[in-house]
Design a protein around this ligand. Structure first.
Ligand code: SF4
Length: 365
């Protein structure tokens, strides 16, 4: 088959890369060699891939490329958090955040330019939506961060965990997110275990069922409310996939398979909105015996938000109730607030195509 335009190698998982090399008349094992160069050595020029023959390098230059995004800015927080603004096309930029901790380093990556789901407490949701990110644009965030942090193969990993928790709803872009998850877990690329790659969703029920079949990574659910009327407001996607559909999907996710699974439950703490004792009681009942860990997230304000962060007392009281009921519940430490890199604060630069100011998104069929 003749290849008429240059293909992007950065976003190809191993199967796709092997198919590409077969297509150009090469042995499939070239895929692992090239993946190592790109992802482990951070190389984007074929001439630097020195264990490939000169003829193959010339051939690759003619038919393929390793396209990478432009780094618009790199901001450093006082607490060590780093935020990159990456230009993915002439109109749009996305944000990626690295959060270093004592025992791990987490990279929070974006899967869409903006987000159409309009969660009320989330800055990204207020920016509007432009488009899904492609494979190369998603994995490029890992590639850029690895290079910027000076990561070297065989050295201790600086990025030990990747979470799809940046801009966008990853389960509305599974065509591109699933292959990227496979690259993250590939030993010839980043070699992360499935426990260290987490997809965070607002609750796209049909796609939750696909995770186990296609990539088998970890799952976090942005729950944020313990009942339908409140969740319909805070996470409008709930109008399409209400709790009576979402909770069984989470149960199906943790059941079966070879390894013991749990779900991470994200719950933003909004003053007098979802942080009262009755909300804690409802949450305990809703979660029942679902194997889960609950992350309480103190709300991170952004311009023009109607919400206020819960008081420390309210957060502590809420946590205590859940813990007393036998649930595993932690309070997430706010990181990167001084550079607007905290959870729910990512805004990027989005040319909104949803025209939401004149037409609010309605999730009802
Ligand atoms: S919380 Fe996630 S799903 Fe909701 S608007 Fe923000 S980015 Fe989108």
């Amino acid at each position: 088959m003749e290849i008429t335009e240059k293909v992007d190698l950065l976003g190809m998982d191993r199967a796709a890369m092997e198919a590409f090399f077969t297509q150009i008349g090469e042995k499939p094992f070239r895929a692992s060699q090239v993946m190592k160069w790109i992802h482990q050595h951070g190389v984007s020029e074929f001439d630097e891939m020195t264990n490939l023959s000169k003829a193959l390098r010339e051939n690759l230059k003619a038919v393929a490329q390793v396209r990478t995004p432009k780094i618009v800015s790199e901001q450093h927080s006082d607490d060590g958090t780093i935020k990159w603004l990456l230009e993915v096309d002439n109109h749009n930029c996305i944000e990626t955040v690295f959060i270093p901790e004592k025992s791990r380093g987490t990279l929070c990556i974006s899967s869409q330019v903006g987000c159409a789901l309009e969660c009320r407490f989330c800055s990204t949701g207020q920016q509007g939506f432009n488009r899904n990110l492609e494979n190369w644009e998603i994995i490029a965030q890992m590639w850029v961060a690895n290079k910027a942090l000076g990561c070297k193969p065989k050295e201790e990993r600086k990025i030990s965990n990747v979470v799809f928790m940046g801009m966008g709803e990853p389960l509305l872009n599974v065509t591109h997110v699933f292959p990227v998850a496979r690259i993250l877990m590939d030993d010839y690329a980043y070699g992360l275990s499935k426990r260290r790659v987490t997809i965070s969703t607002a609750g796209v029920v049909p796609a939750i069922d696909k995770i186990k079949e296609e990539v088998d990574v970890s799952l976090a659910i942005s729950l944020h409310a313990p009942n339908n009327p409140l969740r319909d407001i805070l996470v409008p996607l709930n109008q399409k996939y209400p709790l009576e559909e979402l909770m069984p999907a989470l149960q199906r996710f943790v059941e079966g398979g070879h390894s013991k699974k749990h779900v991470t439950v994200e719950y933003v703490m909004l003053d007098k909105v979802n942080d009262l004792p009755e909300h804690a009681d409802q949450l305990i009942e809703l979660l029942g015996d679902l194997p889960c860990k609950i992350n309480l997230i103190p709300f991170n304000p952004f311009p023009n938000t109607e919400y206020v962060r819960s008081s420390n007392n309210a957060i502590h009281r809420f946590q205590q109730k859940l813990t007393d009921a036998g649930l595993n519940c932690t309070v997430r430490k706010t990181r990167g607030e001084d550079i607007d890199a905290a959870c729910g604060q990512l805004a990027g630069k989005v040319k909104d195509r949803t025209k939401r100011t004149v037409h609010r998104v309605d999730f009802k069929d």
